[in-house]
Design a protein around this ligand. Structure first.
Ligand code: GDP
Length: 195
């Protein structure tokens, strides 16, 4: 995708209605700190447009980045703050569920997990939740540059096994630092949005 124009068009909070957008959407989910902002910035070819390093307690919003007036990259709020209150967690869950259920233009959900670690209980819950909402999520295994080349296959296998992926489920190893996986990711996104 040649990025000509990016704009944060829509930001919605817990009480907002899910917007009727004009363009197809793909959404990104993952625990906080997994590298979601960095990945979205890499996709947009920007250094720091998407909010980075989410802090505990910061506003939980869903952000819609308009790409070339052709599609949206949708940044879902990160999960897994150990110290988030049950009220915050409940609000977070409701907002994401509403989005997954109600967005008419959502074409695919990408779930980010750290390639170095076995998926957490929260990762598995999120995966199952996305599946329950009718999607077969594409997994993005982030921070690929932190592994030695010889370790990659073993870690990919562990992530696949941990999430219970089927053979034809897609997993893309990715690094925002080296941009490994970026072309494959864009090709995959374009496949879902029909471009
Ligand atoms: P978010 O909370 O999921 O949005 O995560 P961020 O994108 O803010 O990244 C969290 C931390 O991980 C930051 O310190 C990033 O610099 C770092 N990070 C993100 N992606 C990568 C990556 O691909 N490689 C490495 N080495 N660090 C990364």
């Amino acid at each position: 995708m040649v990025i000509k124009k990016v704009n944060l068009d829509i930001v919605i909070g817990v009480t907002s209605a899910i917007p009727d957008t004009e363009f197809p959407e793909v959404a990104f989910a993952g625990k906080s700190n997994v590298g979601k902002s960095s990945l979205i910035n890499a996709l947009m070819n920007r250094k720091s447009y998407a909010r980075t390093s989410s802090q505990p307690g910061k506003t939980q919003t869903i952000n819609f980045y308009n790409i070339n007036d052709a599609m949206y990259l949708v940044d879902l709020p990160g999960y897994g703050y150990a110290n988030a209150s049950p009220a915050v967690k409940a609000k977070w869950g409701k907002m994401i569920e509403k989005y997954l259920r109600q967005s008419a233009n959502l074409k695919q959900v990408f779930l980010l997990v750290d390639i170095r670690h076995d998926p957490s209980e929260n990762d598995k819950m999120m995966y199952n939740w996305i599946v329950d909402n009718g999607f077969r999520p594409v997994i993005i295994a982030t921070k690929l540059d932190k592994l030695k080349r010889s370790q990659i296959a073993k870690h990919v296998k562990a992530v696949r096994a941990g999430l219970g992926l089927k053979e034809d489920d897609i997993l893309i190893p990715f690094s925002s630092q080296t941009k490994q996986g970026l072309d494959e990711l864009w090709n995959t996104i374009e496949g879902y949005i029909g471009q």
